[in-house]
Design a protein around this ligand. Structure first.
Ligand code: SAM
Length: 267
């Protein structure tokens, strides 16, 4: 495993919820603190299904990575990758093709500590602790340069992360910067909280107030991230409807519509 940015390692703040640890709570992990669990209890008051929503997102991540492998993608840049859990990107990808290379990028210091343990024996996976809002720094990082061949197609993954970027941070420009750096035949994979119900608007308020980030975008706004690329079928849809591998109920619940996602190809 490659690793960088040890300066982050002692920076775990247990006085405020963190995005990575709160997500770990809803994935029923153990890498979280009471402050993170208290945040999730507040979200449960408006979205009782929030634990299921995390599962839908992880299932979509798995289906999406398998789809990208089927398209010939052998290298992945997983931006806002989260704490290691089950069925991580490198495990899904390398099971389908052992040659697959994955660079994980996250700015949570716990991700580096746990990533180091999980990936200790994995020569094809790197963890970079850095802020994805600085694409130039990430694309110039020696772990990224050493692991990814930017002359070959890349699967650029922004799964469950863009809703943590405020409009003022130019998330569209950030997406473009990553996609500009990868060649034709690369793919963009996004999942995103959606303003799809009254409950989603209440959840957005709680995210902003308690976590400091949370921008639940409309379907049109999420779709706009893919402008200039070729969306693959079925387009930008609620996660359970994206190329499901088992039967989907006719009418979706609030939780099943809380996140939308899609994948597009760079021509
Ligand atoms: N992509 C994984 C998934 O969908 O299962 C994890 C999603 S988790 C909700 C979002 C992750 O993005 C967290 O681990 C958080 O630490 C990370 N993150 C948030 N803001 C970030 C930033 N500016 N730079 C890098 N990582 C960030």
């Amino acid at each position: 495993m490659a690793e960088t940015s040890d300066k982050w390692e002692n920076a775990v703040d247990t006085t405020r919820p963190s995005i990575a640890r709160a997500y770990d709570v809803v994935l029923r992990g153990k890498d979280n603190f009471e402050v993170d669990r208290a945040f999730v209890r507040e979200i449960v008051k408006v979205i009782p299904e929030i634990y299921d929503v995390a599962t839908y997102n992880r299932q979509m991540l798995g289906r999406g990575v398998r789809f990208l492998i089927d398209q010939g993608i052998r290298q992945f840049l997983d931006l806002g990758s989260g704490l290691p859990t089950v069925e991580n990107t490198h495990q899904v990808a390398q099971r389908a093709n052992p040659e697959s290379r994955v660079v994980y990028v996250d700015n949570d210091p716990m991700v580096l500590a746990h990533g180091r343990a999980l990936l200790a024996a994995d020569e094809r996976t790197a963890v970079v602790t850095s802020d994805l809002r600085d694409p130039a720094a990430i694309l110039g990082d020696k772990a990224v340069e050493g692991f990814l061949d930017l002359d070959q197609p890349v699967g650029v993954m922004l799964v469950g992360i863009l809703h943590h970027l405020h409009d003022s941070e130019d998330p569209r420009g950030i997406v473009e910067a990553y996609m500009d750096a990868v060649p034709s035949g690369s793919y963009l994979f996004i999942t995103h909280f959606c303003a799809s119900s009254q409950e989603s608007r209440e959840a957005e308020e709680k995210y902003l107030a308690l976590l400091g980030t949370g921008r639940f975008r409309s379907v049109a706004e999420i779709t706009a991230f893919f402008d200039g690329f070729e969306l693959v079928d079925p387009g930008v849809v609620p996660l359970p409807l994206w190329r499901p591998e088992s039967a989907v109920p006719g009418e979706l619940t609030v939780g099943q519509r809380l996140m939308f996602g899609g994948i597009a190809r760079k021509a």
